[in-house]
Design a protein around this ligand. Structure first.
Ligand code: GFB
Length: 319
């Protein structure tokens, strides 16, 4: 990919978008175009069309999305399906109208069936029912990847879909109601340690298994795909191993230094029992994740304490 390419990172302030901007800058791509929500409302089709007509973009990284954890997805399915459908249809169609050369669409491992063989291969898509707690979001993301496939077939566009597993890292969402499990437990463990609490509440049974990919690895995979001229297709992006929520909580207690008891709240949903991705497609092309889970959680916790937990808390930081 030409270092002078004009690359639009849609959603540049989010966890994925900001990781993409960091990686692009580090790799010498300095023609990165970004727009805040106030500057460009991606839900406004006319505004999105106008942007692409004016800006002459070469590559689009479509990281803008409405995302959230299991509770947010289960309680706001209408917002999740609507916002994600509108954003992806506006941006993908406007990019096509403006003859943008390449586009990368980001989905999620929740597009795959609730019960399917593990590890999950890309071809298992749509082979059986989805997980009910996030089927609205999953349908929106499936529509997005199908839109890319259909435009590639009909219009010879070069649009690629990346399906990352559960992500974590800098700029994550730490709101305890809408966040994913890893940032939620990091915050809860930190606050329990600072407050001297005896227990840390973990939602569900602790038995579901999850795979966690540091967002900087997703950014690296994205540059790999662009620089290896991958022009179409669906690719899982993960680390190839998973652990139980209980094991994750224990790892987070070790990193944060919280030494109290784990309490499991059975009133909260477990969601999909397991969603380990088969990552062999990208592996066969030569890409592998490089950031280990404990290393990634440690660096993420450091950022959390520095940015979110105030200076007094930093004094008690374990690492
Ligand atoms: O990360 P999470 O919210 O989403 O939950 P999913 C993963 C597992 O962690 C569930 C448990 O079994 C939760 O019950 N968990 C334990 C917690 N404690 C907590 C906590 O304090 N907060 C949260 N949030 N979970 C998401 C989809 O599914 O995966 C999204 O809903 C997206 O759409 C994302 O696809 C990648 O991993 O279950």
């Amino acid at each position: 990919m030409n270092k002078q390419a004009r690359i639009f990172v849609a959603g540049h302030r989010g966890m994925v978008g900001s990781a993409l901007v960091r990686r692009l800058n580090a790799e010498g791509y300095h023609n990165v175009v970004t727009r805040s929500r106030a500057e460009l409302d991606l839900k406004d089709q006319a505004a999105v069309n106008g942007f692409f007509e004016r800006e002459k973009i070469d590559v689009v990284l479509l990281a803008a999305a409405r995302v959230g954890g299991i509770l947010a997805n289960a309680s706001q399915p209408g917002e999740f399906i609507y916002e994600n459908l509108v954003i992806e249809t506006n941006v993908i169609h406007a990019a096509f109208r403006a003859q943008v050369e390449r586009l990368v669409f980001f989905g999620s491992s929740c597009i795959y069936p609730k019960q399917c063989p593990q590890p999950i291969r890309e071809e298992y898509l749509l082979t059986s029912p989805l997980e009910p707690t996030n089927d609205a979001y999953a349908i929106a993301k499936i529509a997005g990847l199908k839109l890319c496939e259909a435009y590639n077939r009909e219009y010879n566009t070069q649009y690629v879909s990346l399906m990352p597993t559960n992500l974590y890292g800098p700029n994550d969402n730490y709101d305890l109601n809408s966040s994913h499990v890893l940032p939620a437990l990091l915050r809860k463990a930190h606050e329990a340690k600072v407050d001297g609490s005896a227990t840390l509440t973990v939602w569900g049974s602790g038995t579901p298994r999850r795979e966690f990919l540091h967002v900087d690895d997703l950014a690296a995979a994205t540059l790999f795909v662009l620089e290896h001229n991958v022009t179409e297709g669906l690719f899982n992006v993960g680390v190839g191993e998973d652990l139980s929520i209980r094991e994750l909580a224990e790892c987070i207690c070790k990193v944060t230094g919280f030494e109290g008891e784990l309490v499991f709240d059975a009133s909260k949903p477990d969601g999909t029992p397991r969603k380990l991705l088969d990552v062999s497609r990208l592996a066969q092309m030569g890409w592998h994740a490089t950031i280990g889970l404990e290393e990634g959680i440690t660096s993420t916790y450091r950022e959390f304490v520095e940015l979110h937990a105030g200076s007094t808390a930093a004094a008690v930081m374990h690492v």
